[in-house]
Design a protein around this ligand. Structure first.
Ligand code: TXA
Ligand code: MG
Length: 370
């Protein structure tokens, strides 16, 4: 049983554990991380083992300030510095060429290193107290939704780590945006709360999107630049499908009020029908919808084992905040089928939909073409 310590109280003890080669789970504004000394190959090996993670999947190195980046990189372009000064501490990870002190065990064998400065006072103090860069992937079992509360960490990693720093539920709920600044062209490797638009505005130039993001990272022939994006991810135990309409997709979810109402009706009718079919076969089915559409699922009330409202679709951050918790609750409730509405990819919606598509193994059903 780990020691779980709330707030700032555990900071000194956590730093001691890191200095002695141990593992500490820590809060951030995105998801909880699983930390070890980033400069110690043995600590990185322990992290992979605790998560059951393939060791070619590199770790993110957490620092407490921009000045701590210098020893970790062999090149530090002004553009990368500008991003750090604009968005740190915050949910942005930046890839740069690594220096010699960063072991390949931490970078999964790559010549580059991913660095981020999280916005959480407990964790910033913990990094400073340890005096070391902290390697930290999300603190979940590999393949499962990332942990957004300390209890999720305990559920996945109980007995495999030395301590959990608990600072309550996270604010954002999906992992940081990753941008590759190691080459000529800035490239988005993972969408998060810092949007593509914000990045290109700050850099004053276009940011490319790694094709693997759009393909979901599971298609043959497309090799994602962020190795982690190729694995099945965020997967609930249930089989999950997204439901939308051809029209919504064609119009990029930018539709008239009337079209919106019609699409909502088509999507909810189809989901209700699928749930009824599953329940008739004795399968437990769950629904993911939003505040704006919840009334349309009354038919499934009492039939669906679980109807989860994940937030307001007009505010994607309200939904990123809930998504992983909801997926974990479906597991706890032994739900076998999940049907989720699809939402717009605009702004933070891109990060939300990226995680939802992966959770659904890229399965999307069209309610107007069934
Ligand atoms: O919000 C976050 O970023 C959280 C918190 C704990 O900071 N961390 C997190 O780490 O999500 P993780 O390990 O679950 O995801 C890291 C992703 C993986 O997809 C990995 O492949 C990619 O970052 N990555 C790390 N180093 C990389 C590198 N040098 N080049 C390309 N991708 C890299
Ligand atoms: Mg992860």
């Amino acid at each position: 049983m780990e020691t779980i310590v709330k707030g700032m109280e555990g900071v000194e003890a956590a730093a001691e554990i890191i200095k002695n080669g141990g593992l500490v789970a820590f809060p951030t504004e995105t998801v909880y991380g699983l930390g070890g000394n980033a400069l110690d190959p043995e600590a990185s090996r322990k992290i992979y083992a605790a998560k059951g993670r393939p060791s070619d999947n590199p770790l993110i190195v957490h620092v407490a300030s921009v000045s701590e980046v210098y020893p970790l990189v062999s090149a530090f372009p002004e553009s990368a510095k500008k991003l750090m000064e604009t968005f740190w501490p915050g949910p942005l990870t930046i890839i740069l060429p690594k220096s010699e002190i960063v072991p390949y065990e931490t970078t999964g064998g790559l010549e580059t290193v991913a660095i981020r400065c999280p916005e959480n006072r407990v964790t910033l103090s913990f990094i400073k107290a340890s005096g070391l860069p902290i390697a930290g992937p999300s603190a979940n079992t590999s393949g499962k939704p990332s942990p957004t509360e300390a209890t999720h960490v305990l559920h996945d990693l109980n007995g495999r780590i030395d301590m959990i720093l608990d600072d309550g539920p996270v604010g954002i709920g999906v992992e940081s945006t990753i941008i590759d600044m190691s080459g000529e062209v800035p490239t988005l490797l993972r969408p998060g709360a810092i949007t593509l638009e914000e990045l290109s505005d700050t850099l004053g130039k276009k940011v490319e999107i790694d094709p693997a993001i759009v393909a979901g990272g599971v298609n043959e022939g497309i090799r994602p630049k962020a190795p982690g994006m190729k694995y099945r991810h965020y997967a609930p135990n249930a089989k999950m499908a997204l439901v939308t309409t051809r029209l919504l997709k064609e119009k990029d979810y930018d539709v008239s009020e009337e079209e919106r109402l019609q699409a909502d009706r088509q999507v909810s009718d189809y989901i209700n029908e699928l749930v009824e079919r599953d329940e008739a076969e004795g399968l437990r089915a769950g629904i993911i919808c939003c505040d704006e559409t919840k009334a349309l699922y009354e038919r499934a009330q009492g039939k669906a084992s679980d109807i989860k409202i994940i937030g307001h679709r007009s505010e994607p951050l309200s939904m990123t905040h809930e998504l992983f918790r909801v997926l974990r609750e479906f597991d706890d409730d032994k739900v076998e089928r999940i049907y989720a509405e699809s939402y717009s990819d605009r702004g933070v919606g891109f990060a939300l939909m990226n995680r939802m598509r992966k959770a659904a193994g890229m399965t999307e059903l069209l309610a107007d073409e069934k």
